[in-house]
Design a protein around this ligand. Structure first.
Ligand code: AMP
Length: 210
């Protein structure tokens, strides 16, 4: 099991179509910790119930909770798989947990985007609650306003995408996640991608870095 880690602030482009496509093109299995958690919340599992309040407040869920989910995905993956871990680890404690699984980290791709750009991006973000497709009112509008192109469901603003929560999520990122940049740089694994070049160039840059 090989792992490529995708590191970046909320709204940096981590969980976007560009990142998913780049993963597909580079033959990586895309695993998003946020998607795993949102799935658990939607299903009402014990883990989902435990995670919900933290997520809605823009805080990190407890390390063990998300680490258990990630370890399960790693354990289920047999054969010659390279996984793109999107959103995990989010702090040094989680990085230590990941290291103890014995999975080999191939590289860590940091998507670098200024906070001001992120705030604009998240303000326009819309999500399909049914099929999870992501849109943006300016950069990636749906064909029919407010409706998902793929399944026709009404698009929503994620609860943790409201401007106040976004500010909190950025604070959490700078305090807890940013130390991972130095952590992985020291191990010689860090690659930095400019995530503010427009969707097509972003996708190319993601792919080249993976
Ligand atoms: P994301 O979609 O990656 O922005 O994640 C949405 C939310 O899920 C975050 O704001 C956290 O509340 C939670 N979350 C996702 N990944 C992690 C993680 N590795 N550790 C703790 N909380 C996480």
């Amino acid at each position: 099991m090989n792992i490529v880690i995708l590191l970046g602030a909320p709204g940096s482009g981590k969980g976007t179509v560009a990142a998913k496509l780049a993963a597909e093109n580079a033959n990586l299995k895309h695993v998003s910790s946020g998607d795993l958690l949102r799935g658990a919340v939607a299903k009402g599992t014990e883990a989902g119930k435990a995670a919900k309040d933290f997520m809605e407040a823009g805080k990190l869920v407890p390390d063990e909770l998300i680490a258990t989910m990630i370890k399960d995905v790693i354990a289920e993956s047999t054969g010659d798989v390279t996984m793109l871990l999107d959103g995990f680890p989010r702090n040094v404690a989680q990085a230590d947990i990941l290291e103890k699984t014995g999975a080999e980290i191939r590289s860590v791709v940091l998507i670098d985007v200024p906070d001001s750009v992120i705030q604009d991006r998240i303000a326009g973000r819309r999500t399909c609650p049914a099929c999870k497709a992501g849109y943006h009112v300016k950069a990636l509008p749906p064909k029919v306003e407010g409706k998902c192109d793929k399944c026709g469901a009404d698009l929503v603003i994620r609860k943790d995408d409201n401007p106040e929560t976004v500010k909190d999520r950025l604070v959490v990122y700078h305090q807890q996640t940013e130390p991972l940049i130095a952590y992985y740089k020291e191990k010689g694994l860090l690659r930095v991608v400019d995530g503010d070049q427009g969707p097509e160039k972003n996708a190319e840059a993601f792919k080249a870095a993976m």
